[in-house]
Design a protein around this ligand. Structure first.
Ligand code: MRU
Length: 342
């Protein structure tokens, strides 16, 4: 099952806000509608946001009917609008920069050719992501021991990549290789990506999964129930500091306390070599209602102050290793020599 695809001139996505109750596919052929879908997390997770952004440019450009292409105010606005939707995941900016460079290279060409080339670029991003997630999963699965119990946070499987996923891809691959793997999935408050999406994904693939409240993690670690923690990432600074779903930092501190390896699985498109440390990563803040109306009804007083950061930063010294498509990186971080620098 593909969570995002280009079919007959439209972007087809699984509406992730409808899971786990309903598996609903949306077909989108308007870039504003796609921006809205990204904003509302109908399509979410760093690699999928990048892919959606690239397809968004294709849909935006589709509307142009000039004879010769040039980057005019309309094109700049399309890219600016898509860029502004979610600030933390580097993959979105990485994909949009790639689309922009392609557009620049075709300035002065016929509109028809540019539309063709720009779709080709978005499809390349898509296919590369599929292959990259396969490699991350392969590399990571080698590190997983038989009879392994893994704790994960948020959602990092086939719902967020063109392929089988990053952190969850490793689980799928290890199981495929005959290893016995058990997953504990954090529910991931406030939007419950773990409960709604990870639990659904893993169950649909027949993986042994147990859902826990975020606040149970320390207890499980203390009891010796967790062998390692694997999560994804939204942006990784040059020194290895990593932004991921809020609550990831908590897990890394707990892992350190309990001597449990803590791994980040991510593609090169999540690395931001233009910044040195995690302090420079912009953190998305989302609506207070996501906290106060979490379960469809009010669960906090009307007038309560709410702070709702969607991501946190795990410092590099709490990360045991990075699992990428180009191999595994151990500390000291900073020399990402095999990783594509784009
Ligand atoms: O706000 P979301 O649901 O888009 O956040 C997603 C995450 O934090 C994922 O862990 C991250 O993007 C990695 S996906 C491979």
């Amino acid at each position: 099952m593909k969570s995002i695809e280009w079919i007959n001139g439209k972007v087809r996505i699984i509406d992730q806000t409808r899971l786990p109750e309903n598996l609903v596919f949306l077909e989108i052929d308007d870039y504003i509608e796609l921006c809205d879908a990204i904003k509302r997390l109908r399509v979410r997770g760093a690699p999928a946001i990048g892919i959606a952004g690239a397809f968004g440019v294709v849909l935006g450009i589709k509307k142009m009917n000039e004879e010769k292409f040039k980057i005019n105010d309309y094109v700049s606005e399309v890219i600016k609008n898509i860029r502004s939707i979610r600030p933390t995941a580097k993959n979105l900016f990485w994909a949009l920069d790639r689309m922009y460079n392609k557009l620049s290279a075709f300035s002065g060409e016929s509109m028809e050719k540019v539309k063709e080339e720009i779709l080709k670029e978005a499809l390349d991003i898509y296919r590369e992501d599929e292959e990259i997630s396969r490699k991350i999963s392969e590399n990571g699965s080698e590190m997983i021991k038989d009879e392994c119990s893994i704790l994960t946070h948020c959602n990092t499987g086939f719902l967020v990549t063109a392929g089988i996923g990053t952190a969850l891809g490793i689980v799928y691959k290890a199981v495929e290789k005959g290893k016995k793997v058990k997953v504990y999935a954090d529910e991931t408050r406030p939007l419950l990506q773990g409960a709604r999406l990870t639990a659904w994904e893993l169950k649909s693939k027949g993986i042994d999964v147990t859902l826990i409240c975020d606040s149970s993690a320390a207890f499980l670690m203390k009891k010796g129930l967790i062998d390692c923690i694997i999560v994804g990432a939204d942006r990784i600074a040059s020194n290895g500091d990593t932004a991921n779903k809020i609550g990831t930092y908590n897990l890394s501190v707990l892992a350190d306390k309990h001597n449990i390896p803590f791994y980040i699985a991510a593609p090169h498109s999540t690395f931001d070599f233009s910044i040195e440390t995690g302090d420079e990563i912009p953190i998305e803040e989302r609506k207070p209602e996501e906290v106060s109306m979490g379960f469809g009804k009010r669960i906090a007083p009307e007038d309560i102050d709410i702070f709702n950061p969607a991501f946190d930063i795990t410092p590099n010294n709490l990360i045991t290793a990075f699992i990428t498509e180009e191999g595994i990186y151990y500390p000291p971080y900073g020399n990402w020599k095999n990783l594509k620098k784009s």
